[in-house]
Each structure stands twice: as C-alpha cells, then as structure tokens.
Design a protein around this ligand. Structure first.
Ligand code: FAD
Length: 288
C-alpha cells in the first residue's frame, strides 16, 4: 500500500521544526529515518497530513564527549553508533546493542532518536537507555527540559515526549573503568525484533556486586527496568544461585503479548534466560 497524501516540510533549525509542530498541530509528524513511521503510514496505521523532516536540521547528528558523559544527537544513525571509536571505547554496551538492531539497510537510516521516540517495546534502545542510565533532552516552545530514561517510557507507543516537543539529544554518563556490560537478544532471524532481550551494566567490588542495572526489551507494553532483580544481586557474588534468583525476579515483572514469536510463557522464560546470560557475560567482562 502507499501512504495517504501528506505535505512535506524540511525545516533548517530545531526552532523552525518546533514552530511547525505548534502551527500544524496533531496532524503533523516528525520524520527521522522513517523506518518505523513509513511502514505505519503505508499500512495506514498512521495518516499524518504533514511530515516535518529532521534530516536537514544541522546539529542533531553526532557523538561527542562532554566531561564525564557522552552526548549523542537524536539524528545519529545506528550505523554511526556502530562505527564510533569513541563509543567503542566509552559505551561498548550501546555499540553491542545497536549491532542487534534490524539489518544494515535499516541501521543506515534509522536513528537513535527515532527508536527512542517511537515508544515501541520491541525497539532495543529503550532498554539500553535504562541500563545506561541515560537522560533525554526534549526541546519545545518553552525551552528545553532534561528527563531520565527511567520513567520516560509510559506504555505502548507512549512516552513523556509532548506532541510539540522534539527529542534533540541523548546524554549518557560514562561508566567507570572495569564496568561489565552485555546485551543478549533472542531473535528468530536477521531483521527481526526481539523475542526477548536483556541489557546489563555491572560493577563489582572484589567478588561482590557493587551496582547493577538490568533492563528488558519486548517483555511488556514498554521497556522494563528489573529493579527487584538488581536489588537481589547487590552484595552477592555472581554464581548459579544468584543468577537464577535474578532471572526469576526479572521473569516476575514480564507481561508479554503472544505473537508469531511465541506464546507468553515462552517469552517470559526466554526473558529469564537472556537475563541470566547478560549478567554472566557482563560479569565475565569485569574480570579482565
Ligand atoms: P522514524 O520512523 O522516522 O520515526 C519514528 C517515530 O518517532 C515517529 O513517530 C516520529 O515522529 C518520531 N520521531 C522521530 N525522531 C524524533 C525526534 N527526534 N523527536 C521526537 N520524535 C521523533 N528497531 C529496533 O530497535 N530493533 C530491531 O530489531 C528493529 N528491527 C527492525 C526491522 C525492520 C525490517 C524495520 C523496518 C525496522 C526495525 N526497527 C528495529 C525499527 C528501526 O530501528 C527504526 O529505525 C526506529 O524504530 C525508528 O527510528 P527512525 O529514525 O527510523 O524514526
């Protein structure tokens, strides 16, 4: 199917894009890489009468270090993330996660900002952002506000982003040296969304867990932070018993929808297994 007719706008600044959003109202949609929006428009699940393309807005694409954090422009593509030496050095979890997204064609156009803004629980960046303790810069007519990833994802296709706001930048604290990380994703084939996936960032104090962040993809109507699983690990060593308990607690918060990837029981079990594997892999990376 072809999309319904729409008018195309190509603003040259964030301020112009925000002004257009305000003027055109709820019938307008921002266009980033188009790899979620255009399929929905072709299926007529989305019928915006105006598209505001962020592709020609300068300053929205790029990765830089600012003090103890990495700042990533919303229009930075998955391919940019994958090929960034700075990210490979400072935020390898994000590079590993981006490598699991879709296929090279989608990764060449799809953006981190679009992936986060879409609010799809099957998207990988929401859980990665929770595990990385990211913050988002939301720009609107009243100025900018910075919100935490924790609490940002409200439900299926629903986030804290207001209709007249643009996600302009993602800010991620650089984890201390020795931090372990892993994104474990089960998918049926290249280009598929996760049946279940878990992102982990882990710091050890000797043989004991000092701090850990665990987040789940496609386990419910939104990405989930596995708080109880995290708490169960603090002060513990990583062994079969602590991994099994963390996986059990992660599974307890899952509420997935059955689809062609499996029934709910299978998906919950896979979420537990991805959590166990991600913790084990993250722990192994703290050991050298
Ligand atoms: P668009 O499609 O352009 O926009 C998506 C939504 O976000 C729209 O509502 C748009 O208005 C809004 N938006 C975009 N940018 C902003 C912004 N800066 N501020 C505010 N709102 C904004 N994703 C995964 O995570 N994992 C996968 O495994 C995966 N597999 C895929 C497989 C296929 C075959 C396809 C087609 C897509 C897949 N995707 C997957 C989705 C892909 O990563 C999309 O690119 C991503 O979800 C959206 O990013 P985009 O830049 O294409 O945004």
């Amino acid at each position: 199917m072809t999309p319904a007719a729409f008018e195309y706008h190509a603003p040259r600044s964030v301020a112009d894009a925000i002004r257009l959003l305000g003027e055109l109202g709820p019938d307008a949609k921002l266009l980033a890489g188009g790899h979620s929006l255009l399929p929905m428009m072709k299926l007529r699940f989305a019928t915006p009468t105006h598209l505001i393309d962020l592709g020609k807005v300068p300053g929205l694409r790029g990765i830089r270090q600012v003090g103890d954090a990495i700042h990533i422009g919303a229009m930075t593509t998955e391919n940019d993330l994958l090929t960034s030496a700075l990210l490979a050095d400072k935020l390898p979890l994000l590079v590993e996660g981006a490598g699991w997204i879709a296929d090279p064609q989608v990764r060449y156009k799809g953006t981190i900002g679009g992936d986060i803004s879409h609010g799809d629980p099957g998207n990988d960046h929401p859980a990665l952002m929770l595990a990385l303790d990211a913050s988002f810069v939301l720009a609107g007519a009243q100025g900018e506000r910075v919100v935490k990833a924790d609490g940002y994802f409200l439900g299926m296709y629903s986030t804290l982003l207001e209709p007249d706001e643009i996600l302009s930048e993602i800010r991620i604290p650089i984890p201390p040296p020795g931090t372990g990380w892993s994104y474990q994703k089960l998918k049926r084939k290249t280009g598929d969304f996760a049946t279940a996936a878990t992102a982990v960032q882990l710091q050890m104090d000797g043989a004991k867990v000092a701090s850990v962040r665990i987040a789940l993809t496609n386990a419910a109507s939104t990405a989930l932070r596995a708080n109880d699983a995290e708490q169960s690990l603090i002060g513990q060593s990583i062994d079969n018993a602590s991994l099994a308990e963390a996986a059990r607690l992660a599974m307890a918060i899952c509420d997935p929808t059955a689809d062609q990837r499996g029934d709910a029981e299978y998906k919950v079990a896979m979420c537990g297994e991805m959590t166990r594997r991600a913790l084990q892999a993250a722990w192994a990376r703290t050991q050298h």
